[in-house]
Write a protein that binds this ligand. Structure first.
Ligand code: PDD
Length: 285
């Protein structure tokens, strides 16, 4: 159970950063969470693509190329020596003056964190998790586009706090116009009459890598899948609901707002997609 930090290429057991880093002061940073299979990063190219897109969207110039990230990640994974790892890649605006203007930050900080992974329990996958449709709205795209994976996660933190108060393990948010978006750290799918539905990008969501894989798997396996826009109430009619994400993989939802979803047990389409996704991770190795 080792945690290793890599700060601009230097590996250590502990890491402190300056409180004058704008990542700390203003959430002015971007990040990725990557999982491993046999301690090799999964879908690393896609995560690095998204990191670079996020950087571009906040006008942050990452001073290193992809090869550097790959090499440093490999070194840090070896130094940590875990069976499987949780990887967090962060790029902060860097140290600057005590004001919001990013122009005083000359050197972005690149931080890699590699730690032992805490997976969701087997019982979550067998029984499903409880979610709540919360009142906190997902940020609109023209305010802070949810498709930028920034270190500014307060929108999601507030949704999670509300879900906790409602006795749920996670939250689903709608956008300011009442259309379904996503979970706090996951994308949303639901099934009605055998059809799979997932909010489209223009509802204001993160383009999840697991989401993309699940859509592809669903299509390849003959499911009817639709990306679109649905009001929050639509979720109450669902026979199955599941969330997707790097850590959750394909996570069945058993209860919505305290009421069972379908039979209250993970549904057949959810379980099939979970199996297909697990197979995909295994095959890649
Ligand atoms: N979160 N939506 C949000 C808001 C997310 O934060 C995440 C991922 C996803 C799913 O994306 P992906 O399938 O690429 O992991 C969707 C990571 C796991 C996190 O912040 O911990």
């Amino acid at each position: 159970m080792t945690t290793k930090f890599n700060f601009n290429g230097e590996i250590s057991d502990e890491l402190s950063i300056s409180v004058m880093d704008h990542g700390f002061l203003f959430g002015d940073s971007i990040y990725e969470v990557v999982s491993t299979f046999k301690n090799e990063p999964c879908f690393l190219d896609k995560h690095l693509d998204r990191l670079h897109n996020s950087a571009q969207a906040i006008s942050l110039k990452i001073p290193r190329d992809r090869e550097w990230f790959r090499e440093q990640l490999q070194k840090t994974l070896i130094a940590a020596g875990n069976k499987e790892s949780y990887i967090r890649i962060l790029v902060t605006r860097g140290v600057g003056e005590m004001n919001i203007d990013p122009s005083s930050c000359e050197h972005p900080a690149i931080i890699l964190i590699v730690m032992d992974v805490t997976e969701y329990s087997k019982s979550c996958y067998e029984k499903g998790i409880r979610v709540a449709l919360v009142s906190i709205k997902r940020n609109p795209r023209d305010a802070l586009n949810p498709n930028i994976k920034t270190g500014n996660y307060l929108n999601n933190v507030l949704a999670k706090i509300e879900a906790d108060k409602l006795g749920a393990q996670d939250a689903v948010m709608v956008n300011p116009w009442g259309y379904l978006t996503e979970g706090t750290t996951s994308n949303l799918f639901f099934v009605c009459d055998g059809h799979i539905m997932t909010p489209s990008m223009n509802c204001g969501i993160l383009s999840g890598i697991t989401r993309e894989m699940v859509i592809q798997l669903a299509k390849e396996n003959g499911f009817h899948i639709e990306e679109g826009k649905w009001p929050g109430e639509e979720l109450l009619k669902a026979d199955e609901i599941f969330l997707t994400g790097t850590l959750k993989k394909v996570m069945p939802v058993s209860h919505l707002d305290g009421r069972p979803v379908g039979s209250g047990k993970p549904g057949p389409i959810t379980l099939k997609l979970l199996r297909l996704y697990d197979d995909l991770l295994t095959k890649r190795a």
